[in-house]
Design a protein around this ligand. Structure first.
Ligand code: NDP
Length: 299
C-alpha cells in the first residue's frame, strides 16, 4: 500500500476540540450554543445517529434539545414544533433527522427551518447561497470532506475534481464547495459515459454513490486524493455466519495501491459529519449574536 490514510476519526477530534474551545469563549460572553434535533418515528439507525449527535453536543459544552415524536405525528405538528424552535433564542441550530415517515413532506419540513438555524444546510436558501458562492450554512458531510482536503493540500485551486454522485445532500454541495475553492469540477452519475476514464483524470476523487466498492484502483489516478463518502453494509462470512461489515464506495485495498491519500471506511468521512454539525451550530450561534466566527470551521 502506498497511499497515506486520512484519519477522519483523529481529524474529527481536532474539530471537536476547536468547537469546544469556541463554545467556552461564547459561554464566557454569556451565550451557550444550543442544537435541537427532531426525530419522528423509531428507525433504529436514526435513533443511533440522534443519540450520538446529542452525546457529542453535550461533550463540547453546548445545550442539546431532543424532540422525539411518535411515528404517526401529523405533519402540521412537526411544522408547529419547528416554528417554536425557530423563535426560541436558546436554539441556534435545528435539524430534523431524515428520512421522515411517508406522510410527512421532507422538503416542507426542511424549508420550514429558519435558514439561519438550518445546520444541515439543506434549506433552499442555503442551497442557493452556496450555489452562488455566498456565505451559507453548508451541509455537514461535504463540509467534512472539504476540511480534510484543505488539511491535506492547503489550496485546492486548479485541481481536477471528480464527484461521483449527484444527490442534494452530498454530491451537489460537494461539487459546489470544490468549485468555490477553484477546482475544475466534474459531477458523474449513473448515466455518465466512460466513468472510469473520467475518474482517472481526477486529482481529487470523491465517491458518494452508495454502491459497495464500485470504484477500484484502476479508476484512480496515481497520487490522487480519494475521499470515500459511501457507507455500505455487506455480508462478512469470514467474521461468522450472518455477520456484516462496513465498506465504502471505493475498493480500499486496490485504490490505496495507487492513490496518494485515501479516507478509510469506517473512520474517514463518517466521524467528520457530526463534528461538522457541531461546527455549524457554533457558527450559527456566532452569526445570531453578531459575534466573531471560529476560524477553519466553515467553508
Ligand atoms: P443517493 O442514493 O442519494 O445518490 C447516489 C448517487 O450515486 C446518485 O446521484 C446516482 O446517480 C449515483 N450512482 C448510482 N449508481 C451509480 C453508478 N453505477 N455509477 C455512477 N453513479 C451512480 O446517495 P447519497 O448521496 O445520499 O449517499 C451516497 C453514499 O454516501 C451512501 O453510501 C450513503 O450511505 C453515504 N453517506 C455517508 C454519509 C457520511 O456521513 N459519511 C452521509 C451521507 C451519505 P443518479 O442520480 O443518476 O441516480
Amino acid at each position: 500500500m502506498t497511499a497515506d490514510i486520512i484519519d477522519g476519526k483523529a481529524f474529527a477530534a481536532t474539530v471537536r476540540e476547536k468547537v469546544a474551545a469556541h463554545v467556552a469563549r461564547l459561554k464566557d460572553a454569556g451565550v451557550t450554543p444550543g442544537l435541537a434535533v427532531i426525530l419522528v418515528g423509531e428507525d433504529p439507525a436514526s435513533e443511533v445517529y440522534v443519540r450520538n449527535k446529542g452525546k457529542q453536543t453535550l461533550e463540547v459544552g453546548m445545550n442539546s434539545f431532543e424532540h422525539k415524536l411518535p411515528v404517526d405525528t401529523p405533519e402540521a405538528e412537526v411544522l408547529a414544533l419547528i416554528d417554536k424552535l425557530n423563535n426560541d433564542p436558546a436554539v441556534h441550530g435545528i435539524l430534523c433527522q431524515l428520512p421522515v415517515p411517508d406522510h410527512i413532506n421532507d422538503d416542507k419540513v426542511i424549508n420550514a427551518i429558519s435558514p439561519e438555524k438550518d445546520v444541515d444546510g439543506f434549506h433552499i436558501s442555503n442551497v442557493g447561497l452556496l450555489a452562488t458562492g455566498q456565505k451559507s450554512m453548508v451541509p455537514c458531510t461535504p463540509l467534512g470532506c472539504l476540511m480534510m482536503l484543505r488539511e491535506r493540500h492547503g489550496s485546492l485551486s486548479g485541481m481536477n475534481a471528480v464527484v461521483v454522485g449527484r444527490s442534494n445532500i452530498v454530491g451537489k454541495p460537494m461539487a459546489a464547495l470544490l468549485l468555490k475553492d477553484s477546482c475544475t469540477v466534474t459531477i458523474a452519475h449513473s448515466r455518465t459515459k466512460d466513468i472510469e476514464a473520467l475518474c482517472r483524470g481526477a486529482d481529487i476523487l470523491v465517491a458518494a454513490v452508495g454502491r459497495p466498492q464500485m470504484i477500484t484502483g484502476d479508476w484512480v489516478k496515481p497520487g490522487a486524493t480519494v475521499i470515500d463518502v459511501g457507507i455500505n453494509r455487506i455480508a462478512a462470512p469470514e467474521r461468522g455466519e450472518g455477520k456484516m461489515r462496513l465498506v465504502g464506495d471505493v475498493e480500499f485495498a486496490s485504490a490505496a495501491e495507487v492513490a496518494g491519500a485515501i479516507t478509510p471506511v469506517p473512520g474517514g468521512v463518517g466521524p467528520m459529519t457530526i463534528a461538522c454539525l457541531l461546527a455549524n451550530t457554533v457558527t450559527a450561534c456566532c452569526r445570531a449574536n453578531g459575534l466573531e466566527e471560529p476560524e477553519g470551521l466553515t467553508a
